[in-house]
Design a protein around this ligand. Structure first.
Ligand SMILES: [Ca+2]
Ligand SMILES: [Ca+2]
Length: 221
């Protein structure tokens, strides 16, 4: 859990407020899991307090660029007899999967005469890439198109793929930078060169059904 006092100006600047009133106790944003990857279904848990025993938060959220906005309204639960006592509340926002990158989550909860304006940042990292031996472009077949990534990323170095098998089975490899180079290291020695071309010939025509776009681009050169 991180304190999120440090970035409150996001909403203040966006909404033009010159003064912000906080809730009575510290509030927090927690991103789950803490070290999120592109494979994770991410949640944001927002906690705070409300000056009655019947807190209810209605909210909506949306992603704009790399900023997740959570907008809510805090009221007493309708129809209940509420006591004037400071009471904790929380909401769990189901963000889901996100592309790799740095994100800001900005929370704006209004209720009564006060407003909670908080923000925090978090990072989503690329998870492992599933590669198949010599299918360097990961399109499901080993053919002439698999020469291209080797030429495109010739001489690049990166993390060698652990448990590298020369059998036609999937490998889970740590992502390279750029990610499109990951499966071009067919022999898992951490460098892309002529040795990786040989395995294309030896496995020519083999197919699998787990293709995954790696986003090969000439600008990655
Ligand atoms: Ca291929
Ligand atoms: Ca290699």
């Amino acid at each position: 859990m991180k304190s999120f006092r440090n970035a409150i100006l996001i909403w203040a600047l966006a909404l033009g407020f010159s003064a912000i009133t906080f809730a009575q106790t510290p509030n927090s944003i927690t991103i789950v899991p803490a070290a999120a990857t592109t494979d994770d279904s991410i949640k944001a848990i927002v906690c705070g307090t409300w000056g009655s025993s019947c807190p209810r938060v209605d909210y909506f959220y949306y992603l704009s660029g790399n900023t997740l906005f959570i907008q809510g309204t805090l009221t007493d639960v309708p129809g209940m007899i509420c006591l004037t006592v400071l009471t904790s509340w929380s909401i769990t926002v189901p963000i889901g999967k996100l592309p790799a990158g740095a994100y800001t989550v900005a929370v704006n909860i209004e209720g009564g005469f006060w407003r909670v304006v908080e923000a925090d940042t978090f990072t989503v990292t690329q998870s492992g890439v599933t590669c198949w031996l010599a299918d360097t472009n990961n399109d499901g077949i080993v053919n002439q198109a698999d020469i291209l990534p080797i030429g495109l990323y010739w001489g690049r170095t990166g993390p060698s793929c652990p448990n590298c098998s020369m059998s036609w089975v999937p490998r889970c490899c740590p992502p390279w930078t750029p990610i499109g180079a990951t499966c071009a290291d067919t022999n898992c020695d951490g460098v892309i060169n002529q040795a990786d071309v040989l395995l294309i010939g030896l496995n020519w025509g083999k197919t699998h059904t787990n293709s995954q776009s790696l986003g090969l681009h000439s600008q990655d050169q």
